[in-house]
Ligand binder design. Structure first.
Ligand code: GUN
Ligand code: ZN
Length: 432
């Protein structure tokens, strides 16, 4: 068994609703004891060293030991079209996304992209993702299989669409239901995999398809249900035309049984007061995708305001609408978006959103995202001086948070010193 030493990031409450000083701590001589894939003990280096003289020690010095990053909304099939120029949401989908997703009809290509995506995610310190696949069932198998080979806790689902998309990507009401059902029966709860029933968004599903997926979810309530909500103004206008009897965008899901505690809505930027009330009432979660929201030109989510209403909010790259695989870059974008709305998110809040916050949004808050006894041992170790620009700033820091913030704002995969997956070390950094 292993004893990890370093500065440890610990969360005891939600710093979006409780003052961060009372919710989050960093221990400068921290220690985490790992056994059989789980965290057994967290404490001070000298105490744990004494109690466990037999443990194999990995000493990270003043590096920051964090829970592995949790990316709560990605499209792994869009890996190869990240950073595609010049379009807003609907044109971006038609020009770049749908043609690329069509290529995943080839299972060999789907497997190659799933492997490529998960290696990139791990290189950026992300140990759990909640991903959309394409409409091809083999793209779901490819992703879960690639995650299983790496020992990762992941969530994914077949993206269901039966209108307003190329024929090669459209399924039907019956196929969406039956294929989702057989995939969730195969993968949900197998090893570290969970299944998310996944209608892409209201514009690409008929009311009948949404109804069928709502019925499927009612029969399998331990699955998540993920989709997109109110990302861009022209999209919302289109939804109003497609669903003339719905009260608002959220209602297009609500009408069909697609709301509840395990619902996870991506983006949620342009919400009506009724929608916010209903989300808060039902316990549904939202996911903030700040690099995507600026890259595609969608808008500025009110992450602080929504989280303050006790809505669970996760953080995500939204690869490849988002412009980065890095949760550090994503925390920086969340900081900038909040600044444009007049709120300064504290680094403790940003790290929370990328770990325990995302885990909470995905209903994995008893499993991952926190350095506490009993949790699965997925860890990301941050080098707080990974580039000359960062280290010269961090050298001036007077507090630990001042030392961490330059890595949040300027860090990337070079800041990821090491990753542990279920208690196993992935990278061997010679300098440690
Ligand atoms: N809305 C529906 N599909 C998508 C997608 O693939 N990416 C983003 N950003 N928004 C969407
Ligand atoms: Zn998305």
């Amino acid at each position: 068994y292993d004893l990890i030493l370093g500065q440890t990031f610990q969360v005891t409450a939600n710093p979006m609703t409780t003052p961060w000083q009372q919710a989050v701590t960093v221990a400068s001589d921290g220690a985490v004891l790992l056994r059989d894939g789980r965290i057994e003990q967290v404490g001070h280096a000298s105490d744990l060293r004494q109690q466990h003289p037999q443990a194999r020690i990995t000493d990270y010095g003043d590096k920051l030991v964090c829970p592995g990053f949790v990316d709560a909304h990605v499209h792994y099939p869009q890996t190869a079209i990240i950073a595609s120029w010049g379009k807003q949401l609907i044109d971006w989908l038609n020009t770049y996304t749908f043609p690329e997703e069509t290529r995943l009809c080839d299972p060999a290509y789907a497997r190659a992209i799933a492997d490529r995506y998960l290696d990139l995610a791990l290189a950026h310190g992300t140990t759990t993702v909640c991903s959309y696949a394409t409409s091809h069932p083999a793209s779901v198998d490819a992703f879960f299989d690639a995650a299983e080979r790496r020992g990762l806790r992941v969530i994914a689902g077949k993206t269901c669409m039966d209108r307003n998309a190329p024929e090669a990507l459209c399924d039907t009401v019956q196929h969406a239901h039956d294929e989702s059902k057989s995939l969730l029966e195969k993968w949900h709860g197998r090893g570290r995999a969970h299944y998310a029933i996944t209608p892409r968004f209201s514009p690409t599903s008929t009311p009948e398809q949404l109804e069928a997926l709502g019925a499927l979810w009612a029969q399998h309530p331990s699955c998540l249900m993920q989709t997109h909500l109110s990302e861009q103004v022209p999209e919302i206008k289109w939804v109003r035309e497609l669903f003339p009897t719905a009260r608002d965008y959220l209602d297009t899901y609500e009408m069909h049984g697609l709301i509840g505690e395990r619902a996870v809505f991506g983006h949620a930027i342009h919400l009506e007061p009724r929608e916010i009330d209903r989300i808060a009432e039902t316990g549904a979660a939202l996911v903030h995708c700040p690099t995507s929201n600026t890259f595609i030109g969608s808008g500025l989510m009110d992450v602080a305001g929504l989280a303050a209403r006790s809505v669970p909010v996760g953080l995500a790259t939204d690869t490849g609408g988002g412009s980065s695989f890095s949760m550090l870059r994503t925390m920086a974008a969340a900081y900038e978006v909040a600044q444009l709305r007049g709120t300064a998110l504290h680094p403790a809040q940003l790290l929370y959103l990328a770990t325990a916050g995302s885990a909470r949004a995905l209903h994995l808050h008893d499993t991952i995202g926190t350095l506490s006894p009993g949790y699965e041992a997925d860890l990301t170790i941050l080098d707080l001086a990974s580039t000359p620009a960062i280290s010269q700033r961090a050298a001036e820091a007077e507090t630990i948070w001042e030392a961490i913030f330059p890595t949040i704002m300027m860090g990337d995969d070079r800041a990821i010193a090491d990753v542990w997956i279920a208690g196993k070390r992935r990278i061997t950094d010679q300098s440690v």
